[in-house]
Design a protein. Structure first.
Length: 184
């Protein structure tokens, strides 16, 4: 929980500066690049290694980011190196993305299905889920999970709407288990 609070503080400061400089849209795109960059395990290990001095880490950041992201992001990354918090950068950028979504009135919805959904099915689910959102717009991410057997699982913020066959079968199994040894 502490890491989320730290990430939120940096993200709030970053959003404030991005608004001042008119860089919110650009930085939103850059956050995805940083996510990809820090997904590399070796790179995270490098930045997490205390025996590597901060000067060397900043050199690597410059090489990796210069010309690819705004100076504001590079300066943030260097500040995080100095503070020993560079590994928070992906989380900071996730918080930044959530804040920009809130600023724009966008909420992310995740639709998980047993099979790929066509565009009409996604739009129908999106229209139904829109009633549960306080924001005017939804950004939809879809994924396939065959273990659901059928139906869909929808995540909207902290809410989960589970219409999967796997969950219904599990509920049925649990209900039937109550009557084990007795009459049904």
């Amino acid at each position: 929980m502490r890491s989320q609070a730290v990430a939120r503080r940096y993200a709030e400061a970053l959003l404030s500066l991005a608004k001042e400089q008119g860089l919110v849209d650009k930085m939103e795109a850059e956050s995805k690049l940083l996510g990809e960059l820090f997904a590399d395990r070796e790179l995270r290990a490098f930045f997490g290694a205390p025996q590597i001095d901060s000067g060397r880490k900043k050199e690597v950041l410059n090489k990796a980011l210069l010309g690819r992201v705004s100076p504001l992001v590079i300066n943030l990354a260097k500040l995080l190196v100095d503070k020993g918090r560079i590994l928070y950068l992906p989380e900071i950028m996730r918080e930044f993305d959530a804040m920009t979504d809130e600023l724009r009135g966008v909420e992310e919805v995740s639709i998980v299905s047993a099979r790929p959904l066509n565009a009409q099915q996604v739009e129908a689910i999106k229209a139904n889920v829109q009633h549960f959102s306080a924001r005017p717009s939804l950004r939809v991410n879809t994924e396939v999970d065959p273990s659901l057997i059928g139906g869909v699982l929808v995540r909207l913020g902290s809410r989960v709407l589970d219409g999967s066959v796997a969950t219904r079968l599990g509920d049925m199994r649990q209900s039937l288990g109550k009557y084990q040894g007795g009459t049904v």
